[in-house]
Design a protein around this ligand. Structure first.
Ligand code: SF4
Length: 203
């Protein structure tokens, strides 16, 4: 099943009537990376596949921003210490949870937070912070999930407030990086970060 990121899903909803070139480009991209992941997972562990896809997403984003800067003279407003996006429920693939568990030795505090947050339903997320957020910074930055890598905001940071688990902001869209993320999600089991992490911890 093809699972698109929210941003790609939105882009596809703007594709009305017969399939446009952009709609086809999106589906072809996801298909391309799905095949890439399929080949890689024959020989590599899930954690290695996730790590490799994260590197690919970073590369694609860098290229996108260089070749297609944000429109109307806007710039990327995201800075270290901004953490509004870290108060929204993030979707991750189970292999990203495997990568995080392999890369970090989480203390009891983080494990307790994961366990507590894993019991929260979507609508009750509110303004709760990600279990990996420490002093307003991501404590797993190097191996943060794909969804966290692609969220670049171009509106003023004052618009980044979280209301009922939602931010109302303008985002930079890299179709390539979002296609890569969608393929990662489509190739493995996904869910809210805390729930997927908790499931992997209990295995
Ligand atoms: S993993 Fe890091 S970047 Fe992603 S939501 Fe959590 S703290 Fe924020």
């Amino acid at each position: 099943m093809m699972l698109l990121t929210d941003n790609l899903d939105l882009a596809m909803k703007h594709v009305k009537g017969p399939m446009t070139a952009q709609g086809k480009q999106i589906l072809d991209l996801v298909d391309h990376y799905n095949s890439h992941i399929y080949m890689m997972r024959q020989d590599e562990s899930g954690a290695i596949v996730a790590h490799s896809m994260h590197k690919q997403i970073d590369k694609l984003l860098k290229e996108s921003i260089k070749n297609r800067p944000p429109e109307n003279g806007k710039t990327i407003s995201c800075k270290s210490g901004c953490s509004a996006c870290c108060h929204i429920q993030v979707r991750i693939a189970d292999v990203e949870a495997e990568l995080l568990l392999e890369a970090y030795d989480f203390d009891a505090d983080v494990l307790n937070r994961i366990s507590q947050l894993s019991k929260i339903k979507d609508g009750e997320w509110g303004v709760r912070a990600c279990p990996f957020l420490k002093s307003n910074k991501c404590s797993v930055y190097e191996h943060r999930p794909a969804a966290c890598r692609t969220q670049f905001v171009t509106s003023h940071k004052s618009k980044c407030d979280v209301k009922n688990g939602v931010t109302i902001v303008d985002r930079y869209l890299s179709i390539e990086a979002e296609g890569c993320t969608s393929a990662l999600w489509s190739s493995y089991e996904t869910g809210p970060l805390a729930q997927v992490m908790q499931k992997k911890i209990m295995e």
